[in-house]
Design a protein. Structure first.
Length: 289
């Protein structure tokens, strides 16, 4: 990517983070921490990697994305809105009784959502089924799924990993958001899953460890996934991220796994994000000469 392209992605990711705060504040509940940590990979997916068209959200030839950690719907909704699937102005209706934007993704009500998720472990299993179906149809569809590092406490995830290896799903990219925190505390204390790289290697994956908040490293990871087609090996990204990234008081703070900012906290978060957005706009302007 050029410097300008990287800056534009950073700007978009900042708007996605603003959407996450708008949504969770509007709901009075939700999961901002893990949504903020995954904003960058979702931005890269929807603005550079995936073959999608907001004008044709049901295109049978589109790539598929499954948010296995479905509680981080605010991040997916904010990304879809920025990509043009529905209005950004609808984000604050999150979890309202009359809103189509409920607390977990619903493929029947939200344009651009490929799978209804919420029960941890089930999303990655569905993604495996989608990838196998694409293989059997002779399609070049890629399937991407994002899990949390707390989610992989679920045994169903490891069954899905075995399935992906057994059926040689080299069109499947499993991404694990390794931010180190889950609802009950640090993942190493609740249920230590490390060393994840060696475990995913042992399960037959093309395992790529990268900074999930770096667009340069994400670009290289996705290039490696694209190059792995035909290898018979599924790919796993271990995305080392910072939970709550973009909002200073939420960063690496487990209490922000599952609560919404109040009015004062909302203002502080938006002030920080607006400042970051303005700074990036100025840098883009200078880069354009």
């Amino acid at each position: 990517m050029t410097k300008l392209e990287t800056l534009q992605l950073k700007l978009t990711a900042t708007r996605v983070r603003m959407g996450i705060i708008e949504a969770t504040h509007g709901a009075g509940c939700g999961h901002p921490g893990g949504s903020l940590s995954s904003a960058d990979v979702l931005t890269y997916l929807y603005f550079r990697e995936m073959r999608i068209d907001p004008e044709q959200p049901q295109d049978p030839n589109r790539d598929r994305f499954v948010l296995s950690k479905g509680h981080c719907a605010p991040a997916l909704y904010a990304t879809l809105a920025e990509r043009g699937f529905f209005p950004v102005a609808d984000l604050p209706t999150l979890r309202h009784s009359n809103s189509y934007l409920q607390g977990h993704p619903n493929m029947n009500t939200v344009p651009g959502v490929d799978m209804s998720t919420g029960s941890l472990g089930q999303g990655v299993s569905t993604a495996c089924g989608m990838a196998l179906a694409a293989k059997q149809l002779g399609s070049d569809i890629n399937v991407y799924t994002l899990l949390g590092d707390g989610e992989i406490d679920e045994g169903q995830c490891w069954e899905a990993f075995m399935f992906a290896n057994h059926y040689k799903l080299d069109n499947l990219c499993i991404m694990i958001d390794v931010n180190g925190l889950q609802i009950d505390g640090p993942t190493r204390q609740v249920m230590n899953s490390e060393p994840l790289d060696r475990k995913m290697d042992a399960f037959g994956f093309n395992t790529i460890v990268c900074n999930g908040n770096s667009f340069a490293e994400l670009e290289q990871a996705f290039k490696m996934f694209d190059l792995s087609h035909g290898s018979g090996k599924p790919t796993c990204f271990l995305l080392r991220t910072t939970k709550g990234l973009g909002v200073s008081y939420m960063q690496n703070a487990v209490e922000w796994h599952g609560k919404a900012p109040n009015d004062d906290e909302y203002e502080k978060a938006m002030e920080e994000l607006r400042a970051a957005h303005e700074s990036l706009e100025k840098e883009i302007e200078l880069n354009n000469g």
